[in-house]
Design a protein around this ligand. Structure first.
Ligand code: ADP
Ligand code: 5GP
Length: 188
């Protein structure tokens, strides 16, 4: 059966569980491509170049902007983050659904380019839980965690106005199933 491949944006505050949810989806669904972004932030413990991100410097990132190699890009917490255009277009042309795990600024750029993209925002069950998850993940220093928590409120407000699907990641299993329903096209 032929169907148009879907473009799904997954955003949410840092530490809410986006990566965890995306990795579960990849285990459960075939024919889904999770885009790997480029970033100028330094790799955290356990992160590998080409797996979580392509870690590049600002000069290279800016060169790639000039060459129009990003599907979208934004500055988040003082670093550049961007989606490589070629791999996304290749996956879509192969009929795969593509997931972009990007921030709200990026989500809005995608919505402009592809109004049929599905924009999903993941919310924490309550605000305190974000702080707990960011700490528990053990990747960021205290001041970085503060900065990330500060960014969360503005992002949540932007998402309430612009995103079609708001999904609370309280129980992981439930959140994963809700995102899968959106990908399959029977989300609420
Ligand atoms: P993000 O990608 O949004 O920054 P992560 O996927 O890295 O967030 O998750 C941050 C932390 O929260 C991780 O330690 C992860 O195991 C944990 N986590 C994710 N989902 C849940 C959940 N539903 N309940 C409790 N902890 C969770
Ligand atoms: P982190 O440093 O925690 O991995 O990511 C920080 C923020 O950058 C998250 O909100 C994440 O969704 C966002 N992000 C990651 N990759 C991209 C990207 O390619 N484009 C945009 N716009 N945001 C991204």
């Amino acid at each position: 059966m032929n169907r148009t491949p879907k473009l799904i944006v997954i955003s949410g505050p840092s530490g809410v569980g986006k990566s965890t949810i995306c990795n579960e989806i990849l285990k459960r669904l075939d024919n889904v491509y999770l885009s790997i972004s480029a970033t100028t932030r330094k790799p955290g413990p356990g992160e590998q170049n080409g797996r979580e991100y392509f870690f590049i410097d600002a000069e290279e990132f800016e060169d790639r902007i000039k060459r129009d190699e990003f599907y979208e890009y934004a500055q988040v917490f003082g670093n550049y983050y961007g989606t490589p255009k070629s791999s996304v277009e290749q996956a879509l042309s192969q009929g795969k659904d593509v997931i972009l795990e990007i921030d709200v600024q990026g989500g809005l750029q995608v919505k402009n380019k592809r109004p049929d993209a599905k924009l999903v925002f993941i919310l924490p069950p309550q605000y305190d839980e974000l702080s707990r998850r960011l700490g528990g993940r053990g990747r960021d220093k205290k001041d970085i965690i503060k900065q990330r928590l500060y960014g969360a409120e503005a992002e949540i407000e932007m998402a309430r106005q612009n995103y079609q699907y708001l999904i609370v990641n309280d129980e992981l299993e439930k959140a994963v199933n809700e995102v899968i329903a959106v990908i399959r096209g029977n989300g609420k």
